[in-house]
Design a protein around this ligand. Structure first.
Ligand code: SF4
Ligand code: SF4
Length: 350
C-alpha cells in the first residue's frame, strides 16, 4: 500500500488515458438520480452525488444476464445445443464507488465464489474490475456503515481509495490492480498518509446513525423465527421489492427460459424474497405465502442466518438505501434493534 496525491487537473487527464486499456464506469446523473454507467471517452465520472441510487452491484451481477441460447429448429445443425453468448470480460475501471458498496462485494463473494459453488459470470466480472473508491466526507442521515462492519474510509474490496481534498485527491493504492490502473493513468505525486488518516477520523465521527447487532449471534434462531413482532413489523410492507433491488448485498436470482418460436435463451434475473412467487413450489405449495413470512425472511437472512453461517458480521453494509427508499418507512436499524434486544416471553414494542 502506498499514498499518492493527484491534482484534479491530473485526475481528468488520467481518466482520459484509462479509456484505452479499460472499459470505464462511474456515477452519471440519469433523471433525478445518479447511477453507475459506462462512460464514453470525453466523459468524466460525476462525483457530486452522495451515493448512486442503485449500487454498483449491477456491473458485476447484471439485473438480467443471458446464460446461453439455443435453437429447437431441427433443420439447424446446432439444434438443441446450448451456446454461450460472447461476453466482454476485458478490464473495467469502476471509478467513484463508495467504500460501503465495495465492501458489499466481499460479502457477496462469500456466496458466489466458494470452494463448493462458483458463479462463473459473477467471478469473471469481478475479476475484470478494478475498483477506485471515493471516500465519504459527508455521510447522509441514513448511513450507518461504521456499525455495519465498514466505514466511510474502509478499504475492503477496493484497489485504490480516493479522498477529496479540494484541488487534489489524496489516494491510497491498495493492490496490484490498483498499481496497474494508477500507472496507466500516469498518477505519480507523493501522498500524505497523515492527512489521509485525519480525514478518515473526521469522516467516521460524522456517521452518527448506528445499528446495534452485538447480541444477534447469541440469539436462538428458532426464538427469533417464532417471535411475535413479525406481523407488526410487516404490517405496512407492500412487498414492492425496492429494498432488495437497491441493496448492494442482496444476491437472490431466478433462472427463466424465454422461447419465441423455435429460438430460446436462458436468463438469470435478480429476484426478491419480498415477492409472493419467490418460494412458490411447482406443487403450488408456498412456504412463504404470507407477507409476514417474507419480511421475516429478509431480516432473518440479513441479521441472523448470514451472521451464523459466515461469521462475517451482518449481511448489510449500512448504505442506508433501503431506509430512505422504502415507501412505508420500514427501517432495518429499528428491526435490528428489536431483534437484538428480543427475549422470549418479554414484551417488545415495535
Ligand atoms: S421497500 Fe419497504 S415496502 Fe417495499 S418490500 Fe421492502 S420493506 Fe416492503
Ligand atoms: S440492507 Fe439496506 S442499509 Fe443494508 S446494505 Fe442493504 S440497502 Fe444498504
Amino acid at each position: 500500500m502506498r499514498d499518492l496525491k493527484i491534482a484534479k487537473t491530473d485526475w481528468a487527464k488520467g481518466v482520459e488515458k484509462l479509456f484505452g486499456p479499460y472499459r470505464v464506469f462511474g456515477p452519471k446523473k440519469e433523471g433525478l438520480f445518479h447511477n453507475f454507467a459506462r462512460l464514453e471517452k470525453g466523459e468524466a465520472p460525476d462525483f457530486s452525488c452522495k451515493n448512486t441510487r442503485l449500487s454498483a452491484k449491477g456491473l458485476i451481477y447484471p439485473q438480467t444476464e443471458k446464460m446461453f441460447e439455443y435453437t429447437l429448429d431441427p433443420n439447424k445443425p446446432d439444434h438443441h445445443v446450448h451456446k454461450e453468448p460472447v461476453k466482454d470480460y476485458s478490464p473495467m475501471a469502476v471509478l467513484g464507488i463508495r467504500p460501503c458498496d465495495a465492501k458489499a462485494f466481499t460479502l457477496v463473494k462469500l456466496n458466489f465464489d466458494t470452494p463448493e459453488y462458483k458463479d462463473p459470470y459473477w467471478i469473471k466480472n469481478y475479476a475484470a474490475a478494478t475498483f477506485v473508491g471515493l471516500a465519504c466526507d459527508a455521510p447522509c442521515h441514513a448511513c450507518f456503515c461504521t456499525s455495519a462492519g465498514t466505514g466511510p474510509y474502509d478499504t475492503a474490496g477496493l484497489d485504490v481509495l480516493l479522498a477529496d481534498a479540494g484541488d487534489f485527491f489524496l489516494a491510497k493504492v491498495l493492490t496490484e490492480k490498483g498499481e496497474k490502473l494508477v500507472a496507466a493513468a500516469g498518477w505519480a505525486g507523493a501522498g500524505d498518509a497523515g492527512a489521509f488518516e485525519a480525514k478518515a477520523k473526521a469522516a467516521g465521527d460524522k456517521v452518527v446513525s448506528k445499528v446495534n447487532t452485538a447480541k444477534l449471534a447469541g440469539k436462538v434462531t428458532n426464538d427469533l423465527h417464532a417471535a411475535p413482532f413479525w406481523e407488526d413489523l410487516a404490517f405496512a410492507c407492500i412487498n414492492c421489492g425496492t429494498c432488495t433491488y437497491l441493496c448492494p448485498t442482496c444476491w437472490c436470482f431466478d433462472i427463466q427460459d424465454e422461447v419465441c418460436g423455435t429460438e430460446g435463451c436462458r436468463l438469470k434475473n435478480w429476484d426478491s424474497c419480498m415477492y409472493p412467487l419467490f418460494t412458490m413450489h411447482g406443487t403450488g405449495h408456498n412456504p412463504r405465502g404470507e407477507k409476514a413470512q417474507r419480511v421475516r425472511q429478509r431480516f432473518m437472512h440479513k441479521l441472523k442466518y448470514f451472521v451464523d453461517k459466515y461469521g462475517a458480521g451482518i449481511h448489510c453494509v449500512g448504505c442506508g438505501r433501503c431506509v430512505t427508499a422504502c415507501p412505508v418507512n420500514i427501517d432495518i436499524r429499528r428491526v435490528a434493534e428489536i431483534m437484538n434486544g428480543y427475549e422470549p416471553g418479554k414484551d417488545c414494542a415495535v
